[in-house]
Design a protein around this ligand. Structure first.
Ligand code: HEM
Length: 209
């Protein structure tokens, strides 16, 4: 049996749109980041890699802007309550996972932007400053507080932020796997509305608790 979801049992349309736009963009950014980091080292693919870097930076900065909007939206619009039958430990894991997602959604693009602003390429092991053009429309400035530092400091910042940037991407993969597994568990086994309130065109498999 299915039930109609009311506004109090699902996320707002804005929250749902931001959730899926950011999720799909982040999922696409990880293989793109891996591919371009390798492709830039091969003279045969260096040209395409250069375009991929610009696309990666443009989408990444858009993710940052959307994530900030989403964070403000989340702080000003209450999420629908979790099912009453959900044990306290699971509610705590769910809240912690969501907080970590917000951290990653902001820290990943910020470390990318800091790395770009330092102008040091870990792939070429030398300074290789490249301006960021947002989808070819306008130039996004480097972060002044980073770009104005000494070469020594920028090299250290570049190496460390690229390291953190690549490890945070693995954080998204692990957390994303847990998140999807939990959503499917709720839909298929608990048969509650945890997945359908973020995917309203799906109906809960039976009446939500
Ligand atoms: C949520 C957004 C983002 C995700 C998921 C993401 C993910 C990744 C991944 C997986 C890599 C490959 C790392 C490796 O294994 O070496 C990468 C590389 C890179 N990212 Fe991002 N990124 C994001 C945002 C950004 C932003 C906003 C910028 C800059 C404005 C940026 C700049 C770069 C650059 C320049 C590299 C290449 C590093 C190198 O090989 O020189 N990223 N990114």
């Amino acid at each position: 049996m299915s039930i109609e979801l009311t506004s109090s049992t699902r996320y707002t349309t804005i929250a749902i749109a931001l959730h899926w736009a950011i999720a799909i963009a982040i999922l696409a950014m990880i293989p793109l980041g891996w591919w371009m980091s390798d492709a830039v080292l091969d003279p045969a693919t260096r040209g395409q890699a250069g375009q991929a870097f610009q696309l990666h930076k443009s989408v990444g900065l858009t993710i940052l802007a959307l994530s900030l909007v989403r964070l403000v939206w989340r702080l000003t619009h209450k999420a629908p309550p979790l099912p009453q039958a959900m044990p306290a430990w699971e509610k705590a894991v769910s809240k912690t996972t969501h907080a970590l997602f917000y951290f990653l959604m902001i820290a990943l693009p910020v470390t990318g932007w800091v790395y770009t602003s330092a102008g040091y390429s870990v792939s070429f092991e030398r300074f290789f400053p490249v301006a960021t053009s947002w989808f070819g429309l306008f130039e996004v400035p480097h972060i002044g507080a980073i770009a104005s530092k000494s070469e020594e400091a920028r090299k250290t910042i570049g190496i460390n932020t690229e390291f953190v940037h690549s490890k945070l991407a693995w954080g998204v993969i692990v957390l994303g796997g847990l998140h999807v597994a939990a959503a499917l568990k709720h839909h298929l086994f608990n048969r509650d509305d945890v997945l359908t309130r973020m995917l309203p065109f799906l109906k809960p498999l039976r009446k939500a608790q």
